[in-house]
Design a protein around this ligand. Sequence first.
Ligand SMILES: [Zn+2]
Length: 604
Amino acid sequence: MRPYAIAVVALIVAAQLPGRALAQTETLTSAPIADIRYDVTYDSATAIKRNIGVVMSFTTRGPGDVLLSLPAWTPGEYEIQNFVRYVMEFAATEGSAPAAWDKVDHDTWRIHATRAGQVRVSFDYLAMTLDNAASWSKPEFAFFNGTNLFLYPEGQSADFPATVVVHTLPSWRVATGMRQTGPNTFAESNYHDLVDMPFFVGRFDIDSAQAGGKWMRFASYPVGSVPNSSRRMVLDQLSRIVPAEAAVFGEIPWSTYTVLQVADSEFNVGSAAGLEHQNSHFDILSNVVLGNPVLASLYAHEIFHAWNVKRLRPAEMWPYRYDRPQPTGLLWISEGITDYYADLAEVRGGITTAEQFYATTTGKTEEVSNAPPVSLEDASLTTWVKPLDGTEDIYYPKGSLAGLLLDIMIRDASDNQRSLDTVMREMYQSDFKKGRGFTNDEWWAAVSRAAGGRAFTDFYTSYIDGRAAFPYDSVLPLAGLRLMIDRTVLPNLGISSSLDDQGRRVIGVDPSGNGAGAGVKVGDYLLSVGGLDVGSDDFGAAFNSKYAAMPPGGTIPVVIRRGTQQMTLNAKANFRTSEATRIVALRDASPKAVRIRDGILKGH
Ligand SMILES: [Zn+2]
């Protein structure tokens, strides 16, 4: 998942509902079912009602209670959403007769089967939520997530095969990452894969290109929202991102990857949000973000998730449980380090320059320093409740910076022979490929191995479990980098100015400020401060160089026009200091540090 506020307005998070109590579900076990098929209908008739029709059919072995549940969340969006809220007109039949049913909890239905044979349950799903984890419709288009529509039998193995058939107008399209087995017919061999492949149905554009030797499809709604020039840019970006990311792991784990993108004015202005899946991802954008090159960062983040979190995943989320939160203290690895690799994929793929990489990284240091101190583990665990203290998304930038620091320390300890890439690749092989999630101990053991046995206990205690400020000053120079703080002295005289429609500089005056004390009044027009043009772009730098070393007790000339008269008023000096940070490449870095810096930027 990655929420972005690209312009000015931050992503607004939907209200929460509580998840189901743990003890309640432990005891639920459905009678076994087989031959599971889901028929999904979205056409001009259901579109009018913003409904998606769902029929689940299956066979029972004999009499018994079939317990069917709908997920409470979609993996990747760490938020309980209770999709059962949108279910209407639930019904069940056995053969051709109505079946007896009731509910055993808020999102579990109990259907009483009286004999072996076929059972059908049906409902209408209200597709009205413009959210990556949800379902939404327009008159000629809908997207849906399997977590919203596909009921699963409680207490049974997730390893059941299922078929999905989409019923829609002949002229409308269907796009999904699911394996196609016939016209608008798709199949998967287990429930985890089934609900990890969102669908587009209706009118939308679709295009494809090769990326890293595999096909990449780009589906975009509404029709025409991504014109040819933008589409070429997107496909070019994707073709650069995939090989750079695949090089970290040594393989591309999909046969075809699909980028699903919706742009709509209903979405928060200036925002974009993506949600990852194993062979696709789904982005929702504000219209004003369309065509913005910065979207490459979103694509790179979501695509990297195909390895990191969809496959290599914290043990607490292996396997996914759909009825409850699965908190983990390792989300900073799944999200923050994914964000680090998104930046690396862009610079390694030539989408951004080294300078842009430094600027992006600087921005992350500022995000962290502007947020309350919180440990990466605590922030990871807390995301499920969307805290309001300013730390909700901090494990993205802070986890990304932790990734950079670890990368540098591993490269420094191994003279650039090994890196964070080594750790990611080893964990992918030793955990995901062996069919399990990874633990905190396994992560730090892999980091230590890559660093030639160096201990990371103190680093973990201070910066991952603890809230200490990151050691930029000692670690960044190992890669020939430094976080500089530029301090600029500016006048603080209690006067402000803005241009009126005739190009005159109108003055605002704080009555208690030194400007007012010198006689500056509302109605005056400002000509200069300290002999400098306040409208000039380099006013700050010029003022700083002229006055930063001024001894106490001096005055600053303020030239104004009052009526027809030009006057120079001498204000008692008063200053404020503004601070700006930037990461710079050191010119006098050692050859080893240069090797490390090049290794990070170029991926070797
Ligand atoms: Zn993410």
